[in-house]
Design a protein around this ligand. Structure first.
Ligand SMILES: CC(=O)SCCNC(=O)CCNC(=O)[C@H](O)C(C)(C)COP(=O)(O)OP(=O)(O)OC[C@H]1O[C@@H](n2cnc3c(N)ncnc32)[C@H](O)[C@@H]1OP(=O)(O)O
Ligand SMILES: CC(C)C(=O)C(=O)O
Ligand SMILES: [Mg+2]
Length: 558
């Protein structure tokens, strides 16, 4: 790296606007979307899609709700040409969907492109030529006049073809490629000539697509360029302003959003931001950004996981696990304070199911994109008490009392510190059962019991099984639990005291089980035990017995 990069990388030109309106605007509706997955996305792949993959992705794009789809660069390859033919001849294009094809402004390529569209009921022909000084000087060796003439020749050829093929509804799209580093006056001049030549009308609209072919500046500069252009355009009727951001600086989404504030009403991009170099703007992120602001995007991503799988298969590229909205980890919290906040958020949401979505750290309800809540919380050494408690609640219906959550969290922490890995829910459950006496077979189990109330409290007689041997106990107390504790202490010579007790049913059905959580003091130690039984009284008694089992294990280790 250079100590002073300024000579090698001079700063890109910045349009100087005396005033601008876009910062005061807000987004209130979705743009017209155009997917370029089958063209711009496809041309950037190591192995371009085959016919079958293109067809599957096309059908899925239609299913998502795309009404404009750039399906090919027909002059590029036989695969692209025949794909367009197949779409048309086999009538794969629904009536409300427009297919779009792209071509350079070269007569032979235009001719081949238009041949591919033969018989299409409707089509968008996308013509482009680069307009920036670097391209005029280095790639085309053309001056401004020749650059304009190249665009006009292409538009004329397409217009003449459209005139003689009027059974197709035609739209022209013109892109001054490299718009974002073209002199604004020149971009306006060439687009004005295109308008003059095409003569946009209700029957033959025009799309002016202003690409950030290579992102070279901050998104506010792009927005300034769009506002400058839109506010000076001589003709706006039947002309749509479209943007086509790339992501070289990692701000493609921001560019598209600010460009919409500045007057663009159509956006071209690819699913999950596939495309040349760092990609085209990501249409899924853009659409879901709108959705999470309460604006219907007009695109349906309810099967997002399946869409990711299809796109990964077609592109031969993975979608990053942290990809906005779509990555497999984006709805997952490992860290303790996030888990705590999310869990509280879900509890509040359950109390007010019709209230607006207000879950900390989760801007989108995973269910809206077809995901469940299983992965929302996962546990490793960064996790807190809410993590394991949430998983036990979601998977086993347990609602652990706070002090038990804290106690179990320390056990989980010890376990994850040793392995350095995630503790999956099955292992959390195994650890919980082992810690709180729910192992099978239990060290001690309640066989049966009988109780009798008198003026001085309750007398309990219980039979418990210890390693196959039945022993009979008797105790006295204010209630069943204290009587059982008394019986246990007496029989085993222990001094356990009940500190805290909670119980709840597991599930709604009449045959559902009850779970009892008991905390006892044993000398200086605090112990927790859990009992589960179809009968709530037996669950409580078993919890006492399970604590006893653990206390005895300490005194007489097996
Ligand atoms: C930013 C973008 O994504 S633009 C879209 C780019 N996509 C693609 O290129 C994918 C498909 N392209 C292809 O398969 C091939 O480029 C083809 C088949 C279309 C053409 O291939 P070739 O005839 O070999 O030409 P090549 O691709 O090298 O193009 C370069 C030539 O076209 C000229 N050219 C480039 N773009 C344009 C344009 N938009 N309009 C007119 N001429 C152009 C160049 O100046 C150059 O001319 P030169 O050979 O006289 O110096
Ligand atoms: C041809 C145009 C629209 C393009 O893909 C780009 O400039 O990135
Ligand atoms: Mg592009």
């Amino acid at each position: 790296m250079l100590a002073d990069p300024s000579r090698k990388y001079p700063r890109a030109d910045v349009l100087s606007l005396a005033e601008r309106n876009w910062p005061a605007n807000t987004l209130s509706q979705a743009p017209r979307w155009c997917s370029t997955d089958l063209r711009d996305g496809n041309q950037a792949l190591v192995n371009p899609m085959n016919r079958e993959q293109k067809m599957r992705l096309f059908e899925r794009l239609v299913q998502c709700g795309f009404k404009e789809i750039e399906v090919a660069f027909p002059a590029a390859s036989n695969t692209d040409f025949t794909f367009v033919r197949e779409l048309i001849e086999q009538k794969h294009v629904p009536e409300d969907v427009w297919i779009q094809v792209i071509t350079q402004s070269r007569p032979d390529l235009i001719e081949r492109t238009l041949a591919a569209l033969q018989g299409a009921p409707r089509a968008i022909v996308h013509l482009y030529n680069a307009t920036a000084p670097l391209f005029r000087e280095l790639v085309f060796r053309q001056d401004k006049a020749a650059t304009i003439a190249l665009a006009v020749r292409g538009v004329t050829q397409i217009r003449d073809h459209c005139d003689t093929h009027s059974h197709t509804d035609w739209v022209l799209e013109y892109s001054p490629e490299t718009f974002c580093f073209t002199e604004p006056e020149f971009a306006l001049a060439i687009c004005t000539e295109v308008i003059e030549t095409w003569q946009p009308s209700d029957a033959r609209p025009l799309i002016l697509n202003l690409p950030a072919t290579v992102e070279v500046n901050t998104p506010n500069v792009y927005a300034d360029q769009i506002e400058w252009f839109v506010s000076r355009l001589p003709v706006t009727e039947h002309v749509t302003i479209s943007v086509h951001p790339h992501n070289d600086r990692g701000t493609g989404v921001a560019c598209a959003e600010l460009a919409m504030l500045a007057g663009a009403t159509r956006v071209e991009g690819c699913l999950f931001g596939n495309g040349e170099r760092t990609g085209n703007v990501d249409l899924v992120t853009l659409a879901l950004n709108l959705y999470t602001q309460g604006i219907s995007p007009g695109l349906d991503f309810s099967g997002l996981r399946e869409l990711v799988a299809l796109v990964e298969e077609c592109n031969g590229l993975p979608v990053h696990p942290r990809h906005p909205y779509a990555g497999e980890l984006v709805f997952t919290a490992f860290s303790g304070s996030h888990q705590d906040a999310i869990r509280k958020g879900f509890a509040e949401q359950a109390r007010h199911p019709d209230a607006p979505w207000r879950i900390p750290y989760l801007p989108l309800d995973p269910a809206d994109v077809g995901c469940d809540y299983q992965a929302v919380i996962r546990v490793n050494s960064q996790s807190g008490k809410s993590g394991a408690a949430w998983l036990l609640e979601q998977n086993h219906g347990l609602q652990l009392p706070r002090r038990l959550q804290q106690h179990f969290s320390r056990r989980v922490q010890e376990a994850t510190d040793i392995t350095g890995k995630e503790l999956p829910v099955a292992e959390i459950w195994a650890l919980f059962r082992q810690e709180y006496g729910l192992t099978e077979p239990a060290r001690l189990t309640l066989v049966d019991y009988a109780s009798e109330s008198g003026d001085n409290g309750l007398t309990l007689r219980a039979k418990i099984n210890t390693n196959g041997e039945h022993i009979s106990l008797q105790g006295h107390g204010n209630g069943l639990l204290s009587a059982m504790m008394d019986a246990i202490n007496h029989h085993y010579g222990l001094s356990l005291d009940i500190v805290d007790y909670h119980e709840h049913t597991l599930g709604q059905a009449s045959r559902s089980k009850a779970v009892a959580y008991l905390e006892c003091r044993h000398g200086e130690l605090s112990r927790h035990g859990v009992g589960i039984d179809t009968d709530s009284a037996r669950a409580g008694l078993q919890a006492v017995i399970n604590i006893t089992g653990a206390a005895l294990a300490d005194q007489f280790p097996r």
